[in-house]
Design a protein around this ligand. Sequence first.
Ligand code: NAG
Ligand code: NAG
Length: 297
Amino acid sequence: MIKGEVVAMETTLSSTAKNVFVWFIVLFCCGGWKSEGGTTPNLKSIVIGRCYNYIMLINPTFSCDCEEVWRLFEEAVVPKSSCSNQVKDYQKMLSILPQNSPCHQFLFWSKTRWMMEAYTTLMENVYTLEDTLVGYVFNQLDWCGHLQHTGFDFESCPEWSTCPLHPVYSLWRQASQHFAETACGNITVLLNGSIASAFNRKSMFGSVELSGLNPSMVEYVNIKVVSNLRGPFIESCSLGSIAELIQILQFRGFKWTCTDNDLTLKLLQCVQSPQDPSCQMCSSSLLQTQGSPPIGP
Ligand SMILES: *[C@@H]1O[C@H](CO)[C@@H](O)[C@H](O)[C@H]1NC(C)=O
Ligand SMILES: *[C@@H]1O[C@H](CO)[C@@H](O)[C@H](O)[C@H]1NC(C)=O
């Protein structure tokens, strides 16, 4: 889900139109193209449209030739078969995308997409990979070249796990690395305490972004562990893989803090599920149980 698009839609659509729009999303996004697993239909229109949306409405200080972005993207993907896109294939396209970003606001996340989206919608100056031009344009899209003929394969694409040079993975890998390398000031890492290996060495954060972070540019790494309201409560700041992450950070000379159940995140979960028993207590006891200070080194 792209924040800017939805906000723009909501201000212009009547409520009936909104319902139709929601059904459209349910039928097409969730039913249609996800299950087929090929290149996202209308990929070209989406990429060029999002690119213009970004430079015209979201960040008008940026300028960029959106048609050229598409051309270079197509040139990177189409001549290759579905499983052979290297990170460097996208270099030309990425080099024409403006990528400067503000300090003190970077957010990294792993297995917490919903939480990340809710949090960044609320906290205006938080900045994620999905807020950069490349992240915005390609968010949640799928693509791959065809094995037999040139062009995109709209029928099927391989899973990420089955090929190391997956075209989608290679682009995100390159974009994530660049994003991490430019991170400065305080950064936030949002991890999921309801799964084993909340910090996973194979995730984009664990395998690419963490090693890209520069201890001399980053002031604090503030980890926030968020679990589902009804659990399971598997990992926390002092348990499991997150303790391992903290060790790595310490070893590399980062200053860090770690918070279990950050109050803002808890309240966002309760907005989503107000009927949940853990959201029923009155606000003062919520503050008492959830507002404990972060632990630090
Ligand atoms: C944690 O991960 C599980 C499994 O992917 C997901 O269903 C759940 O929504 C995530 N929880 C949070 C708080 O993001
Ligand atoms: C950065 O994080 C540290 C530790 O959480 C905090 O004390 C400090 O106020 C933060 N600085 C900014 C500019 O947010």
